[in-house]
Write a protein that binds this ligand. Sequence first.
Ligand code: SF4
Length: 402
Amino acid sequence: MDLLNTLVEKGLRRELPTRDEALAVLATSDDDVLDVVAAAGKVRRHWFGRRVKLNYLVNLKSGLCPEDCSYCSQRLGSKAGILKYTWLKPEEASKAAAAGLAGGAKRVCLVASGRGPTDRDVDRVSDTIKAIKDQNEQVEVCACLGLLNDGQAERLREAGADAYNHNLNTSEGTYGDITTTHTYADRVDTVQKAHAAGLSACSGLIAGMGESDEDLVDVVYALRELDPDSVPVNFLIPFEGTPLAKEWNLTPQRCLRILAMVRFVCPDVEVRIAGGREVHLRTMQPLALHLANSIFLGDYLTSEGQAGKADLDMIADAGFEVEGAGEVTLPEHRVSEGGGCGSHEGGGSCGSHEGGGACGSASASTSMCATTTAEPEVANEARTDLVAVRRRGAGTDLAPNA
Ligand code: SF4
């Protein structure tokens, strides 16, 4: 238990754990998972109380992407039967956003597939931000449009965007295995552009793409270095019709260990459970609220989540409360510093656009205090029954799930 006591003390002081300590969290056994959750929960409650921030995704433009991110159902050559449509009109996006806000969300994440926006796209999104803010002044708007060119982050900021999401997704060392049409450095550059323009940076990862424990620790340490305000943690949704369709590597316990590790490394940052929450945590979702202080309400970009009402019931039943529009998410020191942790998609959330993965093999499940690479985790059975392509909300005539 020395490991967990040390990590709690460091988390309360915002002190960076050593890499061996982070790896040891991933290497703990299923028998120890409640101890790990309890320890990381102390850090979560210290910085965020029992509040849960709700975020709502609006997919402004779905599918038809020229990039080749292996995890993504919207990629070039994807055979996944997702909705495909071009830019929503500002009033259509505003209507979808309103449903999420009525359900309790305080942030709307405007996401569009593609390598990055043209200047005309930035104009369109600016009009959409205005339409949403005209309806609700307090709403936080995060844009997630891919790689940014010079000046685009500033224009989004001027248009009223509060945040920009672009995920690192995985370690620098494995990035080339999951995407060949852009680089890890491109992604880092966009997060830095958002930061420099005064946008709250959101950047996270996708777990379950076959990466090693070292890769997971690498990407989380790289995120801490970039200092986003929010870190979405996606769990790969292995969509049929994508190259990673067979990558069912995660167990609920493994997901909890990953979230705990992220909490220990980024203790005072908004840690958000993003795509894959229902698919991989399943009935263990309420335990994850002790680690993350933020989730997406309702559906993801191309897949359906559980009913928004079920999200709200889960939060209440687990003894947490939905963060109100007037409450500040981040601890005071981060707000005054103007910094924090954030990203584009990964299985269904913002950040990298979709959530998928790379090829890899490792995972962990050994004994507490292990400090070396873990044994491969027993792979899950494929649970394609848990993956439902989104057929409602934005881009359809059916009401959104919120
Ligand atoms: S993650 Fe984004 S850039 Fe990559 S294929 Fe999907 S939509 Fe395109």
